[in-house]
Design a protein around this ligand. Structure first.
Ligand code: CA
Length: 269
């Protein structure tokens, strides 16, 4: 028995897209029953944003035949609109699009706190383009031409990763900080930190391996408006280090003279 397929084409134009979208609002929930595992397969709700009609149709047909629910948009603006209106498991996003580039669509979605996984499709395999896409919030990318099998595998991987809740604790070597409880452990030992010390450590651990400038540390703990003495930061850092690194073991907090501080383990930058 085959899952009910949805294959939608969104017409161009403001009213076309809204009409089509509202008509299909009812469709996705029904597909959910299928997702629950009736056929033991993992179905996805997908949005394809691709202006090359041949490519878009090929993808839509192929992915629908695999049992996924697929919507298509043919320019960046329509794609963004659909992404706002529906919950998708993954958005396949071409980079070079009319009206709004794939980069801008990804950027807008992330700015709006839309965390739907994005798989970028790009004809360019130049590293800067790929890096740019990933920087703007894409979860993965594929360069055209690609095989359909690889696309399906990547889609599953992107969706799977998105559903794994990241471990909220921060770790550097055997130093563990839990932002939820504000507990800090070095190995088995629980460290007792003052509010300021904790704030500084958290600021460093969120940026593990990176040099954190003095002003960033100061602003994160004392705020931008409060004036603090030139040495205040160093005094607090000294006390924090004594607690974190004072009892032997690897020294995790390091001074970067004239710039700020960094925390790292195993000399990994
Ligand atoms: Ca294109």
């Amino acid at each position: 028995m085959k899952a009910r397929l949805i294959s939608l084409q969104v017409r161009r134009g403001k009213y076309g897209i809204l009409k089509q979208a509202s008509a299909n609002l009812q469709e996705f929930p029904r597909i959910k029953g299928v997702e629950a595992g009736v056929w033991g397969r993992e179905f996805m709700k997908l949005l394809i944003v691709e202006d090359e009609l041949r490519m878009a149709n090929l993808l839509r047909r192929g992915l629908s035949e695999e049992g996924h629910a697929v919507m298509c948009a043919y320019d960046g603006a329509d794609g963004l609109e659909l992404a706002r209106q529906f919950e998708f498991d993954v958005i396949l996003l071409d980079v070079m699009l009319p009206k709004m580039s794939g980069y801008d669509v990804a950027k807008k979605l992330r700015a709006e706190k839309n965390a739907t996984p994005v798989l970028m499709l790009t004809a360019k395999d130049a590293v800067p383009d790929i890096v740019r896409g990933l920087d703007l919030g894409a979860d993965d990318y594929m360069t055209k031409p690609f095989s359909f099998e690889e696309l399906v595998a990547r889609l599953r991987a992107v969706k799977r990763r998105a559903h794994v809740t990241p471990d909220p604790t921060l770790k550097v070597g055997d130093l563990v900080l839990d932002p939820a409880s504000r507990d800090v452990y070095r190995g088995e030992t629980r460290l007792t930190l003052t509010r300021t010390e904790y704030g500084l450590l958290e600021c460093l651990m969120y940026r593990v391996g990176k040099v954190v400038p003095r002003h960033t540390l100061i602003e994160s703990v004392w705020g931008m408006t409060r004036e603090i003495g030139e040495n205040t930061l160093d005094v607090f850092m000294h006390m924090l280090r004594k607690k974190v690194d004072g009892s032997g073991g690897e020294r995790l907090i390091q001074t970067v003279r004239g710039v700020g501080y960094t925390i790292r383990a195993g000399n990994v930058l």
